[in-house]
Design a protein around this ligand. Sequence first.
Ligand SMILES: CCCCC/C=C\C/C=C\C/C=C/C(=O)SCCNC(=O)CCNC(=O)[C@H](O)C(C)(C)COP(=O)(O)OP(=O)(O)OC[C@H]1O[C@@H](n2cnc3c(N)ncnc32)[C@H](O)[C@@H]1OP(=O)(O)O
Length: 243
Amino acid sequence: MKMRNPPVNSLSLEFLTELLISLEKLESDKAFHAIILTSDCPGIFSAGLDLMEMCGRDPTHYAEYWKAVQELWLRFYLSHLVVISAINGVNAAGGCLLALSCDYRVLADNPKYAMGLNETLLGIIAPFWFKDTLVNTVGHRTAERALQLGLLFPPAEALQVGMVDKVVPEDQVLSAARSELAQWLAIPGHARQLTKSLMRKPTADRLLKERDADIQNFVRFISRDAIQKALRVYLEKLKQKKT
Ligand SMILES: CCCCC/C=C\C/C=C\C/C=C/C(=O)SCCNC(=O)CCNC(=O)[C@H](O)C(C)(C)COP(=O)(O)OP(=O)(O)OC[C@H]1O[C@@H](n2cnc3c(N)ncnc32)[C@H](O)[C@@H]1OP(=O)(O)O
């Protein structure tokens, strides 16, 4: 699955919906057993959630958007397919969440390709299920420091803290993902799928039990004047980079 939403693969409502439909199609086709998730945007895996969806819109839109973000995470996190990410670019916040929801992560060895949950740098907070997904991957202490400081880890550090499983030269990222896949596909499917569910269901259940409350919290939080201002300032900084 090659993500293509130029220029930065931001996860707009339309793009989230496309990803969700693609994933559902692959999951319902018995011929498919695995997905390699990668990017078609040079140097960028994903810039994360689309800030334009969270800025200057009305509460109904925020609620619809957040429901789609929840849906995509639940679908990826609990997918019965083997999902491996071949991370071929910088990967922030919501994009990093997608990669963390995969079963295995290969990252291209380029110092520009940092990844992490950098929400605090925007003046916002990683929701509890983003946090839980990170904790499940790197452990509590590393996650706490990474989340508070909004750290984006370059490849060597991402590997060292366990945020990715392998770092390879940039031209080998897809072949390394394919080689890894062979090992996962050699395991009897039902046993691997049930084990994945055993490991992940408690984390997913937390959101499933609180979905509506989580949407309401998001809408309340994102609608605050101070948060809207912080997001506008961040977007402005991104644009000013060019001048
Ligand atoms: C108590 C209850 C709590 C409930 C929870 C509440 C809130 C939490 C909510 C949400 C969690 C948020 C998750 C997120 O994912 S937020 C997004 C975080 N992403 C980032 O910080 C990355 C920002 N982007 C960059 O750093 C760079 O763009 C890049 C990815 C490194 C690429 O750099 P490059 O130089 O190649 O490109 P540009 O910077 O020039 O960007 C091109 C173009 O794209 C626009 N853009 C970039 N990122 C985004 C984005 N995430 N959304 C929308 N648009 C984006 C950028 O502004 C440029 O636009 P232009 O019009 O100038 O061409």
